[in-house]
Write a new protein. Structure first.
Lengths: 95, 152
């Protein structure tokens, strides 16, 4: 019974941790603007699809994210607005 | 004779306190690790990108980005089950020592490196982070010592 109580209390703490974590992490997603590479241009998306056009140059990042909206619909890789965070998954391309 | 009884009573009354202290410390450690593990997994790409930017560990960034949250979840499970709580505390202590070593390394060799520890903990400065970790190391050591004295 004592062990059962301890596990129940632990699970409650776990649920609180996940709830609190999702609450504090969620804020980061609200202000992010995504641009995804398509036909030599990065076009604005509400959320990245996870796949990039395989015909695109593989030296370019698949997606570029901005904490605040740069205010443009599209741009080329060389003319990308500064302050962006480029996708770490350059190697992830649509098969 | 009377003083002996008083001593015995005092000692007996400390046992539940010890139990509560150990449980309390376990719960705090469980909260910390599940909280940060969840933040790392939910925002994994950002965590991976952050690790890739750290020169010393960039080669192992992908492995570390999965290994650290999974070990944190394993520690949570070990701490959750009363029979494995002691092993969980040892694993927690080991992980915190490794993290503290990493932070100390960063403080010694790098000036500006973003922290990708997950959640609100990222808002701490490196020095605050070091003290935060040392406090948790201290808590884990206290819990293990109490565990030991309880078993004797």
């Amino acid at each position: 019974m004592k062990n059962f109580k301890q596990i129940a209390l632990g699970l409650l703490v776990g649920a609180m941790a996940i709830g609190f974590s999702s609450f504090t992490t969620a804020k980061k997603f609200t202000s992010v603007t995504y641009y995804q590479l398509s036909q030599d241009n990065y076009t604005k998306l509400t959320s990245p699809t996870g796949n990039c056009d395989p015909a695109q140059p593989k030296t370019h990042a698949c997606t570029i994210t901005y904490a605040s909206d740069p205010g443009v619909a599209s741009f080329t890789y060389s003319a990308r607005p500064s302050g962006g965070s480029e996708s770490a998954s350059k190697q992830i391309w649509a098969e | 004779m009377e003083s002996r009884i008083i001593m015995k009573r005092r000692f007996a009354s400390t046992e539940p306190t010890k139990e509560w202290l150990i449980t309390g410390i376990r719960l705090v450690c469980m909260f910390l690790f599940l909280y940060t593990a969840y933040a790392k997994l939910v925002d994994h790409d950002r965590f991976l990108k952050g690790l890739s930017g750290v020169h010393l560990i960039s080669g192992l960034a992908v492995f570390i980005s999965w290994f650290v949250p999974l070990i944190e979840i394993l520690t949570f499970i070990l701490l959750l089950i009363p029979y494995t709580a002691k092993s969980g505390l040892y694993l927690f202590l080991a992980m915190m020592v490794v993290f503290t070593g990493y932070i100390s390394g960063v403080l010694l060799w790098a000036k500006i490196i973003p922290c990708h520890c997950g959640g609100v903990i990222e808002n701490l400065s490196w020095t605050q982070h070091l003290w935060f970790n040392l406090a948790f190391i201290g808590l884990a050591i206290i819990a293990l010592r109490l565990h030991k004295s309880n078993n004797q």
